[in-house]
Design a protein around this ligand. Structure first.
Ligand code: MF3
Ligand code: CO
Length: 247
């Protein structure tokens, strides 16, 4: 069931999204070889507390951390840990901010020190593919238009899009209907309406799109051990076009 959001609810989500975006910018500044993802996780929790916000992922279905931190071949839901990040790594930091009940969800992939040209291109294409999807998020378009735009852009660059995880509706709960796939056919799927709030969050792989799940039951990584990157924004569908809430 799709829950439509009022102007007021969207404003509250936007306030949470502003804190989220500014926190991502701070993370970008502190990421350097030697820092651990657990230190980043702690930084995020402290940052949110300073703004009177809370990390919505902590405690969600037993998940224990404020952030997901997915390094190199990890696609998503990586557990923060105390291992120092190395020069040349890439790391996706994904988290959900709750400010007075308003939720916002966004992920960025960061380079650690100097990364390979291949990794640089992966980050660039993953980010651009998210914006290709967002461009399609107009009243009257369909979910397939979003997925198709992302998939064709990524595949034209000889990368692949993950199928096993999708974007989602978000509002009072972190995960609501509909699922927002990063692949699909134009003109197919649910029609977008004013008041929907969704995430667009393509996971882009250098090699195969297929995933395997670690023994911890959460962390997804590429089957071939090749790199994966992800960018995610939360956005509202409005008559004036997509309104990004996590910018
Ligand atoms: N932020 C993630 C998303 O984009 C959700 C993480 S699942 C959690 O959907 F359990 F770790 F919170
Ligand atoms: Co997220």
């Amino acid at each position: 069931m799709i829950i439509f959001k009022s102007k007021r609810e969207i404003e509250m989500m936007h306030e949470a999204g502003k804190i989220l975006a500014s926190c991502h910018k701070e993370i970008e500044k502190i990421i350097t070889p030697g820092i651990s993802t657990l230190e980043i996780d702690k930084f995020v929790e402290d940052y949110l507390a300073k703004w009177g916000a809370t990390p919505e992922q902590k405690g969600y279905q037993g998940y224990q951390y404020a952030t997901c931190a997915s390094v190199n071949d990890e696609i998503c839901h990586g557990f923060p840990n105390s291992k120092p990040l190395k020069n040349g790594d890439i790391v996706t930091i994904d988290f959900v901010v709750n400010l007075n009940g308003g939720l916002a969800d966004s992920a960025w992939t960061h380079p650690v020190g100097n990364i390979s040209d291949k990794a640089k291109r992966l980050l660039k294409i993953a980010k651009e593919s998210m914006y290709k999807g967002i461009e399609q998020a107009h009243v009257g378009n369909r979910l397939g238009d979003i997925g198709h735009a992302i998939q064709t852009y990524v595949e034209n660059e000889s990368f692949s899009v993950v199928r096993d995880f999708t974007g989602h509706g978000i509002g009072r709960n972190m995960h609501e209907d509909p699922a927002v796939p990063n692949y699909g056919e134009p003109g197919k799927g649910l029609r977008l309406k004013e008041g929907m709030v969704i995430t667009i969050e393509p996971m882009v792989n250098v090699g195969s799109f297929q995933c395997k799940i670690d023994k911890n039951g959460w962390t997804a990584r590429t089957v071939d051990g090749k790199l994966s990157a992800q960018y995610e924004h939360t956005l509202a569908i409005t008559h004036n076009g997509p309104l990004i809430l996590t910018d």
